[in-house]
Design a protein around this ligand. Structure first.
Ligand code: FRU
Length: 495
């Protein structure tokens, strides 16, 4: 049977075989959640990039379908790069047959330099589906937006209530900018404004590019009060964690221009681990589920070297996003969709740790989920270790002295067998006024951590398999006990 390999994700989407990167065209339509993705139907490394396709009724159980939009080889070469899908409810594009709502994909047509051309070209193009995303026709008038640049990509299109028109956020990778365009019909686009450079650009690597922008309207966490806007944008290479990463800006969007807030917490990273990239949000979701992000759980530094053949690449869990404001400032808050997979009752893993104590919990079989609330008292460092065997472990802990949460996988694998840049430790700043909690989701080759009330997400791939884990809670540097209350669940595989 498929999906049984030792490293195969059990609760995350991965293609049956071959290479996958960014999620594309996330859209909810007629009872189905669609997940399109950057896919090479011919091999295990990037190439012949097409849109793969999967559907789900609950955002957790996926069924992979045939390639949706194939690359075109040869002289007319076109790679189908990242983009989005919208539901054209009112047939604004005049591309929907019989005036019925249809799906329109807006993707980047990437043309590699060929004999006559000395530079690559990127422009935005359309494809249409009249049959719930099963088959697609390219629009005869492509491209619909071409500014004559070799790099200009990853259109994120949604319906703008403010403008009563379509809105596109699209990346100018080398300029470290996001451009906003508007259109009445998805075919003619006019420029509204440009955001950036801002935040981190190429301080860490001169080759750094901005990719995969997404503009989100986020409701307040309390369920009360106004929402806010967030602009998230990927960067590769040169993110502070190494390789690819994503920052966000909270602020205001007035229908034309995004203005970042200057309040504390207005700039941050959607994920402080190494392995979440090019997350985008769903279009057309029921109001109560908005917004929901899915990202590529990987890093360009080593994505094409992971020993997971016959597939390469997996997605994060879906994450619901809200906006939190507290005494430490404002923040994005992320909450993974996972509870429907819990099996039976949780196990109580509450413990009180004496000074410098480490305590072993009952072993876990992944997929599994842990929730911990830590009262560190005067501990210096406290958290847990996940041992895959006697010598190899990943450590997740709060350092109360440096005010950081970290995930350290430097001891998870022998250096000789680790992919390049894999043996790393990533850190996130913590706020002493926020709770020291940990929500950890363990799959066979990944660890997703949500901490401090969901204001920190930290996603880390792990190799080799973590099928059976010894879990050790620890505390260091304390004279008073560290109190941990917690639960663990076994999770139901999705395949
Ligand atoms: C980001 C990215 C996008 C591009 C796609 C190509 O991971 O580089 O900018 O559209 O991948 O597969």
């Amino acid at each position: 049977p498929a999906y049984t390999e030792p490293l195969r994700p059990q609760i995350h989407f991965s293609p049956r075989e071959h290479w996958m990167n960014d999620p594309n065209g996330l859209v909810y339509f007629e009872g189905e959640y669609h997940l399109f993705f950057q896919f090479n139907p011919q091999g295990d490394t990037p190439g012949h990039i097409s849109w793969g396709h999967a559907v789900s009724k609950d955002l957790l159980h996926w069924q992979e379908l045939p390639v949706a939009i194939p690359a075109i080889a040869g002289d007319q070469n076109e790679l189908v790069f990242t983009g989005s899908v919208v539901v054209d409810d009112e047939n604004s594009s005049r591309l929907c047959a019989n005036n019925k709502p249809c799906l329109v994909a807006i993707y980047t047509a990437h043309h590699d330099k060929s004999g006559t051309e000395t530079e690559n070209r990127e422009a935005q193009a359309l494809a249409v589906s009249q049959d719930r995303g099963r088959t697609w026709q390219r629009f005869a008038g492509n491209p619909v937006l071409d500014v004559g640049l070799p790099e200009f990509r990853d259109p994120s299109v949604s319906w703008s209530e403010e403008n009563h028109a379509w809105l596109m956020a699209v990346s100018l990778p080398n300029e470290h900018q996001v451009a906003f365009f508007t259109s009445p019909n998805l075919k003619q686009w006019s420029r509204l404004s440009t955001f950036g450079p801002a935040g981190i650009t190429n301080q860490h690597n001169p080759k750094a590019q901005w990719e995969c922008p997404d503009l989100l309207h986020i409701p307040a966490d309390s369920g009360k009060g106004p929402g806010t806007w967030a602009l998230k944008v990927g960067m590769n290479p040169g993110s502070p964690q190494g390789g690819s990463g994503e920052q966000y800006f909270l602020g205001n969007f007035d229908g034309r221009t995004f203005t970042p807030s200057t309040l504390p917490g207005a700039h941050g990273w959607t994920d402080y681990g190494k392995d979440s990239y090019c997350a985008i949000s769903y279009n057309n979701l029921p109001q109560t589920e908005q917004p929901t992000l899915i990202g590529w759980m990987d890093n360009w530094q080593y994505a094409d070297k992971l020993p997971t053949i016959p597939w390469r690449g997996q997605m994060t869990l879906p994450r619901r996003v809200t906006w939190l404001t507290d005494s430490a400032g404002q923040s994005l808050k992320q909450d993974p969709v996972v509870a429907p997979l819990r099996i039976g009752k949780p196990t109580d893993i509450s413990r009180t740790l004496k000074p410098d104590q480490a305590l072993t919990l009952p072993s876990l079989t992944v997929p599994a989920e842990l929730t911990l609330n830590i009262q560190p008292n005067n501990a210096q460092t406290t958290g847990l270790r996940l041992y895959s065997d006697f010598d190899h472990y990943t450590e997740i802990a709060y350092n109360l002295t440096t005010h950081q949460l970290y995930t350290d996988r430097t001891h998870s694998l022998e250096a000789a067998t680790a992919p390049p840049d894999f043996l790393a430790r990533t850190e996130a700043p913590t706020a002493p006024t926020r709770p020291y909690d940990l929500h950890i989701i363990l799959d066979r080759s990944s660890i997703e951590v949500f901490a401090q009330d969901g204001t920190i997400a930290m996603t880390t791939l792990v190799l080799p398999s973590t099928t059976k884990l010894r879990v050790e809670l620890f505390t260091r540097g304390n004279t008073q006990p560290t109190q941990i209350t917690g639960k663990s669940w076994q999770l139901q595989p999705i395949w």
